[in-house]
Design a protein around this ligand. Sequence first.
Ligand code: GTP
Ligand code: SPV
Ligand code: MN
Length: 589
Amino acid sequence: MYTTNKAVLSWIDEMAAMTKPDKIVWIDGSEEQLEELRQEAYKTGELIKLNEKELPGCVYHRSAINDVARVEGRTFICCEKKEDAGPTNNWMDPAEMYLKLRGIYDGAMKGRTMYVIPYSMSIIGSPFAKYGIELTDSIYVVVSMAIMTRMGKQVFDALGDSPDFIKGLHSKAQLDEENRYIVQFPQDNTIWSVNSGYGGNVLLGKKCFALRIASVLGRREGWMAEHMLILGVQDPEGNVTYITGAFPSACGKTNLAMIIPPQVYRDKGWKCWTVGDDIAWIRPGPDGRLWACNPENGFFGVAPGTNMKSNPNAMLCTKKNSIFTNVVLKPDLTVWWEGMDKNPPEGALNWKGEPWDPADGSKGAHPNSRFTSPAVNCPCLSSEYNNPNGVPISAMLFGGRRAKTAPLVYQSRDWNHGVFMGATVASETTAAATGAVGVVRRDPMSMRPFIGYHVADYWQHWIDMGKSVANLPKIFHVNWFRTDDEGHFLWPGFGDNMRVVEWIIKRCRGEVDAVETPIGFMPKPEDISLEGIEDEVSEDTLKNLLSVDVEVWKKEAADIEAFFEQVGEGKLPKELAENLEILKKNLGE
Ligand code: GTP
Ligand code: SPV
Ligand code: MN
């Protein structure tokens, strides 16, 4: 026990009385204790130690075959009134949900150990910091939280006697899909997760706390919790401009957060720095700007497609002290995934643990297989990463996977139009959540699965932030995923996204003008540099990428209107309705 905090102790007593673990172990954050736990997990097979020479400090983990992604259909926001959860969340009366879950948790930790994990989201003691405790029966969760958060007994010192902490309870229970629940109780600062062992469902500091619960806190306290990367872009003169980007799950945040500019840019002196790759907590600063910090302390990144060409920085992050989940396990105890290189290994085990023959056409790694790596491993980690005040934001990007419709980049006319652009983001679904992949759905601010309250109230909070902040970031929409009629990507993406980022930064500084179109400001084609990729992207392709098809956009506007009717429930902010009218008028409707 590392605390005399009565609220902490009585809550742990109550949770232990319900889940009935054989023993309770307090996690202090020391490497010795973590190593003991890893050794224990090697014995049970929960973790497999990887090749110490090739991958020092790394472990392999498999989640159950039916448990490899977030389960949006089984994720609930249990606030007092159903109407406050809104149409994009599952809801159940909190008393009813507690009763139901108590039944499932009853004795769920019998024969197991309950680990008490004290952790901080953001730098301990900083203006951003919020503390949490996760109780879990999974060693995988303990070692993951040690990477993903600032974890250990120093959190109790910071918390002192305060009852102000997020109470997280996780049990793998039987990993029973039918009784799997990921439940947020915002009025109680409580998260209960049961019958899963997959990252986003069980690392409670991440989506459950830092987005679902934190979005509720942010609305109440005047700040924002967003599903955003944070990137520092350094120009040849040495000025660093910070941008954030909200793209839906598995749509490119980690990749943009770790971008390496193309050679022609590096030669001129451009450099990019990672502050965060998934979540941003954003607060108004004393200078009237918005300041962002990354509340996490590691990366939980999509493995497939990550390679030394697409994202060398992410590859280098995974070389030590990392966890690999649901990837291919090679006979030499190293790992592989689709898109790492062109040499699928012989004699390896697939993500299910079965002998895998690459020739049989099946995937070796699960499409949502992941690496978990400490932020300190990142070769391009920003010098401001540990700045307790965060970094000042000049631009915010929204985007998604759109084969058609959305151009490469466009800029909003003003903040409210930018909020409209974010509110109406549409993207093809990915393997990051269970369910069909490749279906276009509206994913407001890429937060659809993570807003802890009514989506229209969340939009209103964005509008209100715009009124209270003097010096707002500029807002842009990007789409790296436009395809030709054969389904090939038109834009090379990855490092070459720097070409779009440069235009965005110049817009923020008033250094380049733009063309006004029905949907917003767009670059003149000659203002997007193709230097060095003239062979890959012709001027015609670029024009195509920057084209707005009025007929397609009329359909888009009608679809947005239907979406607003469906989710607005009589409280759609008038600024969004106005922007829809402007769009329709601009399209000649
Ligand atoms: P979460 O961790 O689920 O929130 O995902 P994320 O938004 O961080 O996505 P990530 O950067 O891991 O990218 C997901 C997938 O998109 C990977 O397979 C990438 O290879 C692919 N991807 C990322 N950026 C680009 C790009 O610019 N162009 C193309 N074509 N694919 C990209
Ligand atoms: C996402 O799905 O957006 C992720 C992975 O970042 S998870 O932690 O599972 O949510
Ligand atoms: Mn994410």
